[in-house]
Design a protein around this ligand. Structure first.
Ligand SMILES: NC(=O)c1ccc[n+]([C@@H]2O[C@H](COP(=O)([O-])OP(=O)(O)OC[C@H]3O[C@@H](n4cnc5c(N)ncnc54)[C@H](O)[C@@H]3O)[C@@H](O)[C@H]2O)c1
Length: 451
């Protein structure tokens, strides 16, 4: 390590030290933190300290992937809204008994580095160099802002917001992250999947000619639901069932289908200028399913006049398909995630075949590339802006299916409709509340205003 890098690391640690007093958090002026050096590491022998924010299924998985990288990574802090979720995750992470080269545990989270509640994220972040943000997406704008404010390297899950005000916050923080040269990787893992990377590079080089149409799908059986408990507050019920509430999830067109919508934007190398669509609740009706639809079909129109159709639905016991298909003037492609897939000419001859049999796991590649960059002190990843725009594309689709109107990009992005509760507390009220029969208001196309 050079003297200069030693000094930079000492500066960084000094700054982190400043931040560990949780009482100071939030009261520290932005400027004081903004002038700190980014937390780059300069040798693989350095420990890269990670805080996990949102210790559910994906957060725990992402933490495992961070630990699996070649770098000397340690999980040093954890934060969750709920103690039971944090404990389950800690158990899963420590089960493997992973040790660093010096024999110390790679999951090193003492009791006073475990934080619970709505503000827990700030304290956990302050203890780390890298943060993993894996709560429900409604919290992503505020958590991402805080991570940038505290100069952290960031892995965050998709989608990155649930409404337009949230997207604007993420776009602003993404700018700030670029200025500070903070690496930001976002978990749209197809962007890190070799088959997609190779095939879309060739599509951009003209292998299929101009892309004139396409279809993207997430049609599947749906997800978990947690029964309401006696005496549960409304906030607790919605938090435990976050999937079914728009302020937390943004509907499944946002939560899941953003993956495929992002592939459409990637292939088109742009974002749609408008969309219209249809959707509703056909099979997943009733009081256990909050306010989201169970199907959405959206036509996304791009500036060159081409349309990509998007289809997502949650119907148990029906045909499933999660992939994308694109038609070019010279050929077509579908199933880019398959073990072997091809760009095909209309004569049936392959233009390019990708054999993915030895390709790595894209979830792991995201972390391998991020932690390698951090260890080398490189600034390589700035995913937040494009994921914010793909998340906006999904939200715009929801605006179209809920309202039944044509929605234009600019009006969608500038929408002032803010879904987030005025106050975050276990006894505070979210904006969507059930009626006396415990049913939530469902959007009615033609009547519901979404922009
Ligand atoms: N890239 C992928 O393929 C992929 C796969 C699954 C999930 N995800 C994304 O990961 C995120 C989490 O999904 P999941 O399946 O792990 O959900 P989950 O419910 O299993 O985990 C979410 C966790 O966040 C916690 N949490 C909620 N609000 C919090 C807050 N304000 N502060 C701290 N913790 C809070 C919850 O208690 C829970 O433990 C979502 O954005 C989801 O879309 C991505």
């Amino acid at each position: 390590m050079t003297n200069e890098s030693n000094q930079a690391r000492r500066d960084f640690l000094k700054t982190s030290g400043l931040l560990t007093g949780s009482a100071l958090l939030g009261s520290l002026p932005f400027q004081a933190i903004a002038t700190a050096k980014p937390g780059y590491h300069f040798s693989v022998n350095d420990t890269i300290k990670v805080a996990l924010i949102g210790c559910g299924g994906r957060g725990t998985g992402a933490a495992q992937q961070a630990l699996n990288t070649k770098q000397n990574v340690k999980i040093v802090a954890m934060a969750d809204a709920y103690r039971d979720r944090l404990d389950d995750s800690y158990k899963a992470l420590t089960e493997r008994g992973l040790k660093a080269a010096d024999g110390t545990p790679k999951v090193d989270v003492p009791e006073d580095h475990k934080f619970v509640g709505f503000d827990a994220y700030k304290q956990a972040m302050a203890l780390a160099d890298v943060v993993i943000l894996a709560t429900p997406p409604g919290f992503r704008p505020s958590h991402f802002e805080e991570a940038v404010r505290q100069n952290k390297q960031i892995f965050m899950e998709k989608p990155v917001a649930t409404d337009a005000p949230g997207i604007r916050r993420v776009l602003a923080a993404a700018e700030e992250a670029k200025k500070k040269k903070l690496n930001v990787v976002v978990g749209l893992q197809r962007r890190y999947q070799p088959s997609y990377r190779e095939m879309i590079k060739r599509i951009h080089d003209g292998a299929l000619g101009d892309i004139v149409g396409g279809q993207v799908y997430w049609i599947s059986g749906g997800v978990w639901q947690k029964p309401r408990k006696p005496n549960q507050t409304e906030m607790d019920y919605q938090m435990r069932n976050w999937y079914y509430f728009n302020w937390l999830c943004g509907d499944h067109i946002n939560e899941q289908h953003v993956h495929n919508i992002d592939v459409a934007n990637w292939v088109k190398n742009s974002y749609p200028v408008s969309c219209q669509g249809t959707g509703g609740r056909q099979v997943r009706t009733g009081k256990d399913y909050g306010e989201i639809f169970d199907h959405h079909i959206v036509d996304y129109v791009y500036a060159d006049g081409t349309t990509i159709n998007s289809q997502c639905r949650h119907y148990e016991g029906t045909y499933s398909r999660v992939d994308e298909m694109f038609l070019g003037t010279k050929g077509k492609v579908e199933g880019m995630e398959k073990k072997s897939s091809a760009l095909l000419g209309y004569n049936g001859q392959p233009i390019y075949t990708h054999n993915a049999k030895t390709d790595g796991n894209p979830y792991q590649i995201e972390h391998d590339e991020l932690f390698e960059a951090i260890a080398k002190g490189e600034y390589k990843f700035a995913d937040a802006e494009r994921v914010a725009k793909s998340t906006m594309t999904a939200i715009m689709g929801r605006m179209a299916t809920y309202s039944g109107k044509v929605v234009k990009w600019d009006e969608a992005l500038n929408s002032q409709i803010d879904l987030f509760p005025a106050t975050l507390a276990w006894d505070a009220m979210p904006k969507s509340l059930p009626d006396a029969n415990r049913l939530y208001a469902i959007a009615v196309p033609g009547k519901t205003v979404t922009v």
